[in-house]
Each structure stands twice: as C-alpha cells, then as structure tokens.
Design a protein. Sequence first.
Lengths: 260, 260
Amino acid sequence: MEEYLDAIFCEDCVEGMRRRLPDACIDVIVTSPPYNIGVRYNTHQDNLPFDEYLDWMEELARECRRVLKEDGSFFFNIGDRPSDELRSLQVAQRVCRHFHLQNTIHWVKSIAAPQEGVNMGHYKPVNSPRYLNNAHEYIFHFTKSGAVAVDKLAIGVPYQDKSNIGRWKSATQDLRDRGNTWYIPYETVTGAKPHPAAFPDRLPEMCIRLHGLGQDDPLVVLDPFMGTGTTAAAARRLGCRYVGFEMDPHYVEIARARLG
Amino acid sequence: MEEYLDAIFCEDCVEGMRRRLPDACIDVIVTSPPYNIGVRYNTHQDNLPFDEYLDWMEELARECRRVLKEDGSFFFNIGDRPSDELRSLQVAQRVCRHFHLQNTIHWVKSIAAPQEGVNMGHYKPVNSPRYLNNAHEYIFHFTKSGAVAVDKLAIGVPYQDKSNIGRWKSATQDLRDRGNTWYIPYETVTGAKPHPAAFPDRLPEMCIRLHGLGQDDPLVVLDPFMGTGTTAAAARRLGCRYVGFEMDPHYVEIARARLG
DNA sequence: TCGGCGCTTGAATCGACGT
DNA sequence: AACGTCGATTCAAGCGCCG
C-alpha cells in the first residue's frame, strides 16, 4: 500500500497516475509541462498541433483533479515565446475546465529600476528589433474550489514601513504578503545542462510553502513531469513526501541519484 | 484642417474618432480603458455584461486600427481583479481580431528580493486568505503587422556586465534591452484622487519612447480614454502632438488645465 | 510557368558567463 | 579586459508543393 510515496516512475504521467494513484491522495502538484514549442527532448516530440497539445493538457488536468485532495493546490508553470504570447493563457483557460484559477503568479526573471539603482536577474537575449526580451513566465495556481486558504506569510517579505509591525493582530512579525510578482533568478548553469527546461530550486519550494506545510502529516507532493527532480528535491528539503513521473530514463536516473 | 491636433474632446471616443479622425493619422495610441470591474466613474456605468464589454472593446479596436498608421503602435493597459485573472486575456484575444499582439509588457508595481536587499513599490493590500496581492497589470503592445521595429534602447537600462559595452556595433553605450517586465511604482497620492484609475506619468512616456520618437515630424499620440490627461501630458513632454477623448467634463477640465 | 504558402535550415545577433 | 560559447533565440532564404 502507498507504494507511490517517494517514488519516481519512468512512464507516461497520465497513464501512470491512472494506474498508481488513488483519488484525493495528493496535497500539492508543482509542474512545468513541455511547452510544445519545438524543444528537442529525447523522448518527447515537442511540437504537437496546438489543439492536440491542449487536449493533452486537459487530460492531464482532469487526472490531476482526481488525485488532488479537496483543498489541494496545483501549481502549473508555463511560459511564452515572444511571437505568441497568448498561448499560455489558452492553456490556462483549458485547464480551467477542471479547476478554478485561484492565483496567477508572475515569475519575473529579471527586472530593473535604474532610478532606484536596481538591476537584477539575467536572461538570454533575443535578437529582434520588434520583440522585447522575455523575462517572464506564469505560475498558475489552480484549486478545486477557488477558495483554498494559503499561507501567504510563509513566503512573506519584510515590511517597507516598519511601523506596520504589530499594527494589526496578524502582524506579529516583520513579514508582509509578497504579492503575485515573484522575482526568482535563474540559477546560472553553464556547460551542458542536464535538462533543457529545469526551473530554479526556489520555485517549487515557494509554491509548496505557499500552500502551507501543515502541522500534522507530511504533505504529499506530485510532479507529473519530474525531469531531473527539482520538485521532488524541494519537497524533501521541506519534509514532504513526493511522487514523480518522467518518461526519459536518463532524467529519472539523475533524479534518483539526486534524491538517493 | 487637422483640427484634432492638441485637442481634447468631451465625447464618446468611438463616435468621436469616427467623426473627427481620418484614416492613418495616428502614430501611437496609449490608453487604459474602463476595466469594467465596477469602478464608479461619474459618467460611465462600469459594469456592462462581459460580452457587451468585449463587443465594445472590439469596436474600439477596429476604430483604432483605422486611425493608426501602418507602422503605428497601440498600447493597451488593463489589469485583473484577483478573482478573475483571465479576463484581461479574453480582452486581448478579442482585440487580436484586429491587431497583432507584438509584445506583452508586464507592469510590475511592487517586487521584493529579500536576499538581494530589494523591496520596492507598494500596493493596496487585499485582506484575503486565498488571494495574493495583485501587483501586476498588462500593457499589451498591438500593431497592424506584428513586425513594427521599436526603439528598445530608448528605454534601456545599464548593462550588468560592463564588458559588453562596445563589444558589438550596436553596443555603443551602457544601455541594454530592459525586457518586458517594467517596474513602475504608483505615485503615492494622499487625499482624494481626481481620477480613480490614473496610471503613472512614466507609463505612457515609456510606451511612446519605446515606439520611437523618430527624427522628422513630431508623432501624434492618441488616448481614447484620456481621463485627466496623463497620456497627453507625456506626449507633450516628449515633443509630440496629442488627441484625447473623455466623456466626463470634470476630467476634461482638469486635463485642459494641466496642458494649457 | 509563375507565385503564394508552409516547412526546413542556416545565419546572425544579443547578453551573460566562464576562461 | 578580451574573447569564445550558447540559447524553451529570431529571421530570412531556400525548397517543395499546389493552384
């Protein structure tokens, strides 16, 4: 029983979830599906016709809904290419057939405010006279009811106006809501990247902490597109259990080594 | 002839544009239409059924296309309420019936990176256990062709790695592409705000400069929902001509005073 | 044949990182 | 500091297909 805990399965996630996961067993899902923009994965042909991609994402969403607990959170990371910037929103609309979009988080990789002497983050530039560099991706926070309470202060930031500390009964410490704009820089990895599309370690960590770690049993965290195991590693750092699916045996090997 | 230059008309914008503006006379449009989220304007009932609102925005877009030059830019600011975060994207999709979405700019009002000692901007917090504070709005950059060259360095920021200066023929100064995440803080207004939904002065200014000021004749800048004249004031600061429409005579009065 | 459209392929360019 | 490398890059040329 519960053989799926702390396991990574080398198989298709939708099939695997159907076969292995009972209803309502997962607290948090954090994932970044293939963006379907022609990236060459080893095992996955990443250029389906867009309609088929949408159908696939919807099937994934349906299965995620089934395995998620009633007050669970489903964090879905997706970005756009400059030439088609409404694509990720169409995906979100499609997932909304099965979930409520409770929060839209803007992952900001780079931002500058020269007047304030701020110039942070980095990105790979695009060479184009018409497109601005894209320093943004979405993290959609889907829930079943749209009304799941989250732990905003778990990822809080210090007050700017310190006089607010202690002003309300909830303001017991120097922490305020971070808002929905999250600055998370890319980790700089040069040399051969093991996976073309890994997100930073802090991203799943912040998602899990925002959902709330609870006091009782450890959370169970799922990533249907586990890649090299960033989500699972974050889950374990935070004392959670994890489940992962990944088609590519090479990535599975890396993930297992990282966790083992 | 050209009686519309440097004028603000107190009338409905779609009708006014039809009556007064010839084809292809405008270089840049910067506007923030009523969001239709129940803000109480004096003259405008801001809670149409959503379908009718979409129809209205489409009519606006059609008229904007007509008056815009072939290589003109249409900057469309819109934000979301936390409980319906795909709304602005539906509006964008609708406008896409008449325009190409060339860039999606993310207006970030507040962002924090405690590790780097950055904690900037401000917002009106929402008191909710489920919604993060919304510190984000969209600025959609629509064009007729989708291939209008823009002046990215006109709103550039300093290089982080100064060794890149002079490295390529275009890198003649310490300026690089800012990207599509723009930090623009709200101006803090204490006391009664004259307009419930004015954007910061720097917002239209950056849009106009991104489009490019050109070398020859001054640009003509249009704001169909002029409000208290923020866009017109920015246009004039930059040496451009302006045209504005605004239904509310009180706002028109303020705008004219500001420009007169 | 000519020309438009779609897919493929190679060139070019930028900013950050590493040597 | 200078330079080589690399892209969930874009862009335009080139080719085949079809009307």
